[in-house]
Each structure stands twice: as C-alpha cells, then as structure tokens.
Ligand binder design. Structure first.
Ligand code: 5GP
Ligand code: ZN
Length: 130
C-alpha cells in the first residue's frame, strides 16, 4: 500500500479515504498486476508476497467478509475457485500443489474488507498456519 491516507474502519480493516482498495483495483483506479479476469472475478499479484506465488482472487462485487455472503454469491465463489485452479494449472503447479485461503474478520487475519482468497505456492507451506 502506498502513501495514501488510510482509515482503520470499525471492522478493524484498512480502507482508503476514497473507498475500498480492492474495488478501486477492480475499477482500475489504482494499478495492480492482473493475472486473470472474467465478468465476476479479478486476480492480481499480492503487493506484499509471502510466497513465490502469491495471487489474490476477488469477486468484482464488493462483499466485505464471508459473513456478508448473500443468496447467489455461492456461484461467484465457485467461479473464483475454478479460476484459481486454472491459474494454478497455467503456472505449472499441478503436481506441486498450492494453498487457497481466505482470512475472515480481524480474528482470522483479514485486513482488507473485500472478500479475497490468497493463492500461495512455490515454497513449503506449513500447517497449521500462524
Ligand atoms: P488479508 O490479511 O486481508 O487476508 O490480506 C490482504 C492482502 O492484500 C495482503 O496480503 C496485502 O499484502 C494485500 N494488499 C493490500 N493492499 C494491496 C494493494 O493495494 N495492492 C495489492 N496488489 N495487494 C494489496
Ligand atoms: Zn470492495
């Protein structure tokens, strides 16, 4: 995250004064290294990677946390998982493996309050995560 002014929201998340960071990436208001896009999903490289492969998959629709999922959103999440597998395959990860994880709310480690899944790969991933 650059030197934009940031707010800590009541949910404990970080949001720029101009709105949700990930919505702004969807709207191309701030740059990101996009690796996949369709009508419902955007995937881009994490700005602070914690593994050689670290890609974020987000619904283009703003959903703050997994607790805010509504009827019909399961289709978006199904598409998201399929997109993640497609990207993983394209990156040659089949046989090497990957992790797809979502942090939910502050207690789950969520910092950006727009639902997203981390695709992590390229190093040994330990379990349980910290
Ligand atoms: P969380 O902890 O909410 O699950 O993860 C949020 C992730 O978003 C972090 O890994 C962080 O590095 C990433 N992130 C935050 N702001 C930006 C941004 O502006 N651009 C990109 N590409 N990633 C971001
Ligand atoms: Zn958003």
């Amino acid at each position: 995250m650059s030197n934009r002014l940031l707010l800590v929201t009541s949910l404990g998340g970080v949001m720029s004064l101009q709105g949700c960071i990930f919505c702004r990436i969807v709207n191309r208001e701030i740059p990101a290294s996009v690796v996949y896009e369709d009508d419902h999903i955007l995937a881009f490289k994490d700005a602070n990677p914690v593994a050689p492969v670290h890609i974020l998959f987000i619904p283009k629709k703003h959903i703050a946390t997994l607790f805010e999922l509504q009827e019909g959103d399961e289709q978006i999440l199904g598409r998201l998982q399929k997109a993640a597998v497609q990207v993983a395959r394209d990156l040659g990860l089949e046989g090497r493996g990957f992790r797809l994880v979502a942090n939910c709310q502050e207690g789950g480690g969520q910092v950006v309050f727009h639902v997203h899944y981390h695709l992590l790969a390229g190093r040994k991933l330990n379990w349980p995560p910290g």
